[in-house]
Design a protein. Sequence first.
Length: 307
Amino acid sequence: MRHSIPWSVGEENKAASIIVQPRCDLPRILASHAVALAPIAEFAYRAARKGAELLSKIDLAAAWDDARAMGVANRDLLGAVAGMFLLLPAVIAEQFIKAPEALGENATNEMVLARMAQYAELNWPVLLAYAVVSSFGILTLHALLLRPERLTVRESLRAALPILPGYVIANLLQGLGVMTGMLLFLIPGFYLIGRLALIAPVSAAEGQSNPVTILQRSAVLTYGNGWRIFGVLSIIFVTMFILGLVLSTLVGVVAELLLPADVADLAMVLVSAIIETARAVLVVLVCAALYRAASARPAGVTGMGRL
């Protein structure tokens, strides 16, 4: 036989309170747990971020070894391409450069800026032609070093031609960004040099022709390494500048003593062009090695390409 259990009014209210009470306290319980777990979540976030930063660091020593190995393995091809599209155009361009009026001893900043503007106005066609030809040579060198199908020199020249306009525009945008950053207390400009240093290998290795995509891709690859890359490039530029200054001084003294004036001037131009070409090839090798090292990193540690 089925029996019903008698319930009093008080007992019914008590049972209802047992059922309803946990529901009423649920937000308070969740809030208390969230407060308790907040330090743990913060610690986990910081640990994950630190791990991502460590993973994102490019091994500069390995990159330098890679650059040296690429230079040794391809020295003949690098010399031929650099001589044709970097050294020879530099020597020819120098013959057409027009010097503006010399400044006096008490020149002001406004006079210096005016002279720079005059130099650009007098020589912009020559400078533009040299920039296009040298950019083509740099893209060819990167295509020769980085394309996975191992292109020949002729194939590298063909691969560099269609991406040349996009790279030239990206290079101009990079220069404008760096110049603007230099005006803002120098530091932003230095940082942009490191973050946008890989536009040439990105364009050549990946066949990118969109200048905005080229800049974004370089920013992604250099995430977490902007200052370190800037430091490497600074060492190269300072070293080559000092070497060029010493060699130019020595050659200039000897040439003025032993050669006619015109031949001495040509010797100075040749030495300057050789130093500049050597610097450009060294930068190409280092940037190519940095690109390979950055591309080999896990996809999740390169950030979102923020500048």
